[in-house]
Design a protein. Sequence first.
Length: 287
Amino acid sequence: MLFRQYGLEPLFGSSFYQPFIADSLNGTIGRNVAGIVRSAVPSDEYVLISAHYDHLGILNGNTYNGADDNASGVTVLLNLADMFGTMKKTKTGPDKNIIFAALDAKELNMAGSKALIDKLLSEEASTAYTTSGTTDPTAATAADRADSASSPEEEFHGIPKDRIICAINIDQIGTVLEPVHEADTNFVIVLGEKTLRKEHRGLIDMCNRYYNIGLDIDHTFYGSENFTELFYQLSDQTVFHQAGIPSLIFTSGFHRHTYKTTDDPDIISYPVMKKRTLLIFYLTMML
């Protein structure tokens, strides 16, 4: 479990896992994986960073690896978890609580983000997610089961909505195939800035300049207002936004390999993905 290795605490009592019904028609069970880096100083503010880890899998005998959609997003999520976990271990931060969530079932009507937000904003913990070690049937490893068995029972009681100051969703962030401007492949698309609190608007571009990251940032989907609104509704940030949480999506957009069997690791631009990771890191620090 990388979250544990990075120093994160389980979000759900002593469990990193949140099982949920992803598809009630056929009984498909999904599972979110979530941990938290607690603030190094007293704070009741939270930032939620998410990326979905499901993809199409195998359809009609064809394998859809989903390197960009969304192994790239999960890679950025894990790197950020490691960075903030290291800060906590070395007592250099952070100054707010940061939740990291690897979401399941985005491809099933965003069932994972819906389950997570229902849990996060719940006023009382559900007994389905207590940490006695008997109610998490999907715990994947012996270490996880041992942790649950040896820990006292705890409950997750939810977080007041106004304490989640921002949700940052990362989806398809690994390519440079469809740059905003043809001459500059060092780009990122960030949608949802208008949903942020007034004091947080402008921070994305400020971080890019101040830390000399050098990304060409577009706050629209290739200049189209209609496509900006449409694209914003296609991933998990829209669930968080509908719940009343200021929500962003970081992405490198659609391309000819999206939902194709050619979405493989060789289309990923790791140097640019690193810059995008740094932008999210510094933004989270500044929020």
